[in-house]
Design a protein around this ligand. Sequence first.
Ligand code: PEP
Length: 251
Amino acid sequence: MRNKVIAGNWKMNYSIEESVKLISELKQGLTETDAKVIICPPFTSLETANALLKGSKIELGAQNMHNETSGAFTGDISASMLKSVGCKYVILGHSERRAIFGESNEFINKKVHKALSENLVPILCVGESLEEREKNITKDVVKNQLVVGLDSVSAEQAEGIIIAYEPVWAIGTGKTASPAQAQEVHEFIRSLISEKYGQETAEKVIIQYGGSVKPDNASELLSQKDIDGALVGGACLKADSFLGIIKAAKN
Ligand code: PEP
């Protein structure tokens, strides 16, 4: 059985002061849960978050990193830097990185390898745009993102990766994929992993859904057979709504 994994992507939001407030509220409000809970604040709040989360069930992730170890990459951050401030997870290939910063599948694959080599768990995001869905090429797009994104990743490494299926048209738009639409793509992703690595590995891989997940739609999405968690944007910025989604995550 796969325990649910709920991760919050804070994006470019919150000062240190605001981060302290949200983390305190989350710690206070978090009740007994089997779900794994991860928050991904901006880089500037990671060190503070790490200190505040000591002894709590909430784990820490970052929103991006570079694949190189160090050097002339102005504005970027390395895997070891993230580890030094307590990160265990890193979101890679988010659609905003792909669309706004032109990140390719090949570049994202390099980052996946770097994260794995530094014992960071990649949360590898995949998903189609509205235009791609309308052209009926959702599965081709997702397959290509996965095949290239996981190129040269071993079965043993793949077991530890989290995949987030995030239809771009559902991110920050209030439009959620229906549970059936999401389940169809999740099942497809699991079948691709099974083809590449075998059934046993495929059964272990966590596949999160992301795209306007809210407390009132979370239960239905999370009850689908192949939906193992959620990557949450907007609704993770308020303690009440993020805690509501965590509550909905039952095995
Ligand atoms: C995201 O950006 O990963 C996301 C899922 O955002 P939202 O929940 O706001 O759609």
